[in-house]
Write a protein that binds this ligand. Structure first.
Ligand SMILES: [Zn+2]
Length: 280
C-alpha cells in the first residue's frame, strides 16, 4: 500500500480540507512542531479528529482524539518544566549536600578557634624569639583556615537560599497549573451537563419520528445504523453524485430517485439510506 503523508499547517487546518485529503487517500499526517508548541497544534488535531469522523473513519477519529488529549496533557507538563528549568528532586539533594558542607566547616571552625585561643595564650608566656616566631606563624595559618571555614559556610548558605527559592517558585507554578486544571475540569463537567440535556431532547425527538415510521422501515433503519461504522444510517449526497457515507459514485437513475424523494434509496455500496437534503 502506498503511504501518503500530509503535513498539518495553516493551509489545511480545517476539518473540511482534511476530510477531502482523507477522501483523496491521505494515509498519515505529519505534525510540524519546529515552529510551534504542542498546545498550538491542539486545534489542528481537533480538526483532524473531526475530519476523520466526517469521513466515516471512526477508528481514526478516536485515535486522533486520544492523541489530542495525550498531547494536551503533555503540553501542560512540558509547560511546568520548560519555563522554570528547575528540578525539585535535584534541588533537595543539593541542599542536603550543602548542609553537610556547613556542618563539616562548622566543626573545623570550632577546632580552629580552639587552636587560635591556645596559640594566643602561648604567645603571651613566651620569651624565646625562635619559638615565638614559630607559634606566631601557626596562629596566622590557623586564622587563615578559620576564614576559609567561614567563607564555605556563607557560600553554602547562599546556595541553599537559591535552591529553596527555585523550589518555592516551582510549587507556585504547580499551584497555578492545578488551579487551571480544576477550572478546566469544571468547564468540562458543565459541557457534559449541557450536552446531557441536548442528548435527552434528541432522543425524545427520535422517539417521535420513530412512531411515525412503519415497523419494517424502522427496523431496516436500526439495522443499517448498527452495521455501518460511523452509525450514520441516513446520509446526504456528497459532491453532487457520491454517497455521503462511503463516497462511492451514485448511478444517475438513483440520483433521480433521490431527488424525487418518493422512495427510499439505499446505497448499493454501503447500505446507507441516501436522502436529498433539499427536500428533507
Ligand atoms: Zn454508500
Amino acid at each position: 500500500m502506498v503511504e501518503i503523508y500530509g503535513t498539518l499547517g495553516p493551509a489545511c487546518a480545517s476539518a473540511e480540507v482534511l476530510e477531502q485529503m482523507l477522501a483523496l487517500g491521505m494515509t498519515g499526517v505529519r505534525l510540524n512542531l519546529s515552529h510551534g508548541t504542542l498546545r498550538q497544534a491542539e486545534p489542528e488535531l481537533e480538526a483532524l479528529a473531526q475530519a476523520a469522523q466526517r469521513a466515516g473513519l471512526d477508528g481514526l477519529a478516536e485515535l486522533f482524539q486520544k492523541l489530542h488529549v495525550a498531547l494536551a496533557a503533555l503540553a501542560v507538563s512540558c509547560g511546568i518544566y520548560s519555563f522554570t528549568g528547575t528540578n525539585t528532586q535535584a534541588d533537595v539533594k543539593a541542599i542536603a549536600e550543602k548542609n553537610v558542607i556547613i556542618e563539616t566547616s562548622r566543626a573545623k571552625s570550632i577546632e580552629h578557634e580552639a587552636d587560635i585561643d591556645k596559640y594566643t595564650r602561648q604567645l603571651e608566656d613566651i620569651s624565646n624569639s625562635r619559638e615565638y616566631d614559630s607559634i606566631k606563624k601557626e596562629l596566622e595559618n590557623t586564622n587563615l583556615l578559620h576564614q576559609i571555614d567561614q567563607k564555605h559556610i556563607t557560600e553554602a548558605k547562599e546556595k541553599i537560599g537559591a535552591y529553596r527559592q527555585a523550589i518555592e517558585d516551582l510549587s507556585d507554578r504547580i499551584t497555578i497549573c492545578r488551579q487551571d486544571l480544576e477550572a478546566k475540569k469544571e468547564e468540562l463537567e458543565q459541557i457534559v451537563g449541557n450536552t446531557a440535556g441536548e442528548e435527552a431532547q434528541l432522543r425524545a425527538r427520535r422517539e417521535e419520528f420513530a412512531a411515525r415510521l412503519d415497523a419494517r422501515t424502522l427496523s431496516a433503519y436500526d439495522r443499517i445504523r448498527a452495521s455501518v461504522h460511523n452509525h450514520l444510517a441516513v446520509v446526504s449526497v456528497y459532491g453532487g453524485n457520491a454517497c455521503g457515507g462511503c463516497f462511492n459514485t451514485i448511478t444517475p437513475q438513483r440520483l433521480v430517485d433521490i431527488a424525487s424523494g418518493v422512495k427510499l434509496v439505499i446505497c448499493e455500496h454501503c447500505g446507507r439510506i441516501i436522502v436529498n437534503t433539499d427536500t428533507q
